[in-house]
Design a binder for this molecule. Sequence first.
Ligand code: MN
Length: 157
Amino acid sequence: MTRLALTTLLALSLGLPNTAQTIPPAAPGPVFPRGERAPAPYFTGEVYVYPLVQDDPAFQCVSSSVTFRPGARSNWHVHPAGQLLLVTEGVGYYQEKGQPIRLLRRGEVVQALPGVEHWHGASPTQALTHIALNVNTEKGIVNWGRPVTTQEYTSYH
Ligand code: MN
């Protein structure tokens, strides 16, 4: 007997609505598509961006799902109005200027405060996917700085 048939039989025997026939199962795998390759000057390694929310006067925010292949990371940069990072998959790094690297895992949230210089990316051996949410975009979205050096990237321990 199939799983669907068992579910249906159970629902009917308990007098419940037979939802198994009308609600499709959740799709497995990544939450969002990987998207397109990010512009090379601002990143080291392979980075992909899938746009989620276009900037809009009503919301003043812009959002994308960003995937870093192992070893890939952003340049140092600043968000004039701040940024939230919602980690949806993998393992990666986040570092603010003058602070140690913070390890990121699926389910974690980062608050990059306005004006705080930082970078984010994958770990050396595992990819990272996060949703980047930039708010108050009327104050600016991002000001890019220099690449993260190998010495900086390998300073996690
Ligand atoms: Mn950022």
